[in-house]
Design a protein around this ligand. Structure first.
Ligand code: GLA
Length: 414
């Protein structure tokens, strides 16, 4: 696969970082892992819904090479103050311990820990250098990093895992069990399976992935990410964790009342939904609001998928917008700056839909925009956002994204 000019630029950067930090990557491979954009159901993964999304062209690049020892040595150009993360395989801090909370080293530590726990014997250390341009919050930087490290370490150790869903599970376990982030599987699936020009459809009942060709639309459109410049703390410290807990609580209340469900996605039937809302709406209004979003969004999901297949981007945009209203008003997972971005772009002609993205509270919003309106969106954000959120005036960014392969490997660049 030929490297693009940004790939080549990043490889030069990695070369410089390696030299400055005494790491040896001459002849190394480069693995590029993408970000992701969820098209539905946002917050559906841990509620058991089907999922649809794409891999987008903001990336993490990692150059790595076996170093003939049992030591891992890694440097990240995004966290230079952490210096070189160095450890002997099998010798990492305890999961969720204080020692790991402030360093990005928790990702490689966690990967060593989880791979070992799951019976994959890592013996071969690597030297590696990492740099990425994925903004934090909303575009899945952590899943991208976890996958990149897992795939690179497995490869350097000659371990092949045929079932890609197993790799998804491992990456999720690193975040859930080692780092302590309660994330679902959405991010890992959309990155690991992501293909250029394709939407990835995931069915949890079968643990299967299918693809929908994008770009058959009569209207030329762009996926735009509106990074608010805010920093979101880990999901474990966010509203995310509370929402997950609420959804689980409602499932357990319903099970005790003899409803035969195992997750909120099981409430698909309208009569069942109405019955539950009538019975529990008054006693558990907040929990029922969460269900309201999941139920409505899951219903819209099938229409959205059909609209993608038919190339009807106007309908896709309208559903994306409706999801945003539900996430804001019923699921209550958005944040002030995220909604400011949405309010700004909603009024720009040619914006088909907009909503908050990802974990919630902070981070990025997203929009589906007619190609000819992208500049107008940029101008509207440049004018409106610094005025409304002056503290983030030099931190926000507008990313016009392409749909790309989630994972690529380059050889012969170093
Ligand atoms: C975060 C989590 C995902 C998913 C999304 C919301 O990105 O990591 O598992 O729950 O939020 O859709």
């Amino acid at each position: 696969m030929p490297a693009s000019s940004i790939d080549k630029e990043m490889v030069e950067k990695l070369k410089g970082l390696a030299q400055q930090n005494g790491l040896y990557i001459c002849g190394a491979k480069v693995r590029r892992s993408s970000s992701r954009f969820c098209l539905g159901v946002e917050h559906g993964d841990y509620n058991g819904t089907e999922l649809f999304g794409v891999a987008t062209d903001r990336f993490i690049w990692m150059a790595y090479k076996p170093n003939g020892t049992d030591k891992i040595k890694l440097f990240s150009g995004n966290f230079p103050d952490d210096g070189v993360i160095e450890f002997k395989l099998g010798d990492v801090p305890e999961p969720k311990s204080a020692a790991i909370s402030e360093t990005w080293g928790r990702f490689p530590y966690g990967i060593d820990y989880i791979l070992r726990r799951e019976g994959y014997q890592l013996k071969q250390g690597i030297d590696g250098v990492i740099y990425g341009n994925i903004p934090g919050g909303g575009m899945s930087r952590s899943a991208s990093l976890s996958l990149n490290l897992i795939l690179s370490l497995l490869e350097a150790n000659g371990i092949e895992i045929e079932d890609k869903m197993t790799v998804v599970d491992l990456a999720q376990a690193v975040e859930n069990d080692y780092i302590g982030s309660p994330c679902g599987k959405l991010d890992q699936i959309m990155i690991l399976f992501g293909r250029e020009s394709m939407g990835t459809y995931y069915n949890p009942a079968k643990r299967s992935v299918d693809y929908v060709q994008l770009g058959a639309c009569a209207t030329d459109f762009r996926i735009v990410v509106l990074d608010t410049g805010t920093v979101r703390p880990g999901l474990e410290k966010s509203t995310y964790k509370i929402r997950r807990g609420e959804c689980e609580e409602l499932v357990s209340i319903l099970q005790k009342a003899n409803y035969d469900i195992s997750c909120l996605a099981d409430i698909k039937d309208e009569a069942l939904y109405e019955k539950i809302m009538a019975e529990f709406g008054e006693s558990y209004p907040d929990l029922c609001d969460r269900l309201k979003y999941i139920y409505a969004s899951q219903n819209r999901f099938y229409k959205m998928l059909e609209a993608w297949k038919a190339g009807d981007i106007e309908t896709v945009g309208r559903i994306f917008r409706e999801d945003g209203t539900g996430l804001r008003d019923d699921y209550k997972i958005s944040g002030a700056e995220l909604e400011t971005m949405c309010d700004i772009v909603r009024t720009v002609p040619g914006v088909l839909g907009e909503r908050m993205l990802g974990g919630g509270d902070k981070g990025a919003s997203g929009a589906l925009v007619r190609s000819e309106s992208v500049e107008a969106v940029q101008r509207a954000v440049d004018t409106g956002y610094p005025r409304s959120c002056p503290e983030f005036a030099d931190k926000y960014a507008v990313h016009i994204c392409k749909v790309v392969d989630g994972i690529r490997i380059y050889e012969g660049l170093l």
